[in-house]
Design a protein around this ligand. Structure first.
Ligand code: 5GP
Ligand code: MG
Ligand code: MG
Length: 189
């Protein structure tokens, strides 16, 4: 039997306004994505690149939903701009350990919001001579997108609200939440 989990929505008090996706829905979405990814990359040399820190949970569960092993690597980037808004001006804090020349790269993200960060990452990885660069994201906010990102694998389209949980933080909090939800307005002030 599983231990009781203290990070479910009902234990969040009034911090959450609304649960958008339960743990079960998230894992089902990742299963579906993993099936598509597994079929597309069968027999190919693919590297999963997670973007720290938000994609930690996504990479973990996506990788474990795959029917065969896929190596992982990580990038950490900082985008200049105010707390909740990205500017697209990006600095690499931690680069890949792996040489991706001629490799198939699958960038794994938590959420595509404006798309500015990801478009910078994709251009950067393509310049290194990857054989291909594709995107898998758990969440996408179609109304927030400022640049077109052709994400091949998308878990869920969500409204243009600030969300937390399943790796996504507000000031480093709520990453441990197993669901994804919107933060109650009183939490911002
Ligand atoms: P973008 O460049 O697409 O606007 O967003 C880049 C990053 O901002 C995302 O990878 C994520 O880390 C963060 N972000 C965007 N939207 C949200 C959100 O609703 N909640 C949280 N916690 N982070 C977000
Ligand atoms: Mg991210
Ligand atoms: Mg954050």
């Amino acid at each position: 039997p599983r231990m009781e989990r203290p990070v479910d929505a009902e234990h969040m008090g009034d911090a959450l306004e609304r649960v958008l996706l339960t743990e079960e829905e998230i894992l089902a979405g990742l299963d579906r994505m993993a099936r598509e990814i597994a079929a597309d990359y069968e027999g190919k040399d693919v590297l999963m690149v997670g973007v720290l820190k938000g994609a930690v949970m996504v990479v973990s569960d996506l990788m474990r939903a795959m029917p065969y092993s896929v190596p992982m690597d990580w990038m950490a980037i900082s985008s200049y701009g105010s707390g909740t808004r990205s500017s697209g001006v990006v600095r690499i804090l931690k680069d890949l350990d792996t040489d991706i020349t001629d490799r198939h790269v699958l960038v794994v993200e938590d959420v595509i919001d404006s798309g500015l960060t990801l478009s910078w990452i994709l251009e950067n990885l393509e310049l290194r001579g990857a054989a291909s660069v594709e995107v898998a994201t758990l969440l996408r906010k179609p109304e927030a997108q400022k640049v077109e990102i052709d994400a091949k694998y998308v878990g869920f389209d969500i409204p243009n609200d600030f969300v937390v949980g399943y790796g996504l933080d507000f000031d480093e909090r709520f990453r441990n939440l197993r669901c994804v939800g919107t933060l109650a307005p009183h939490m911002y002030s």
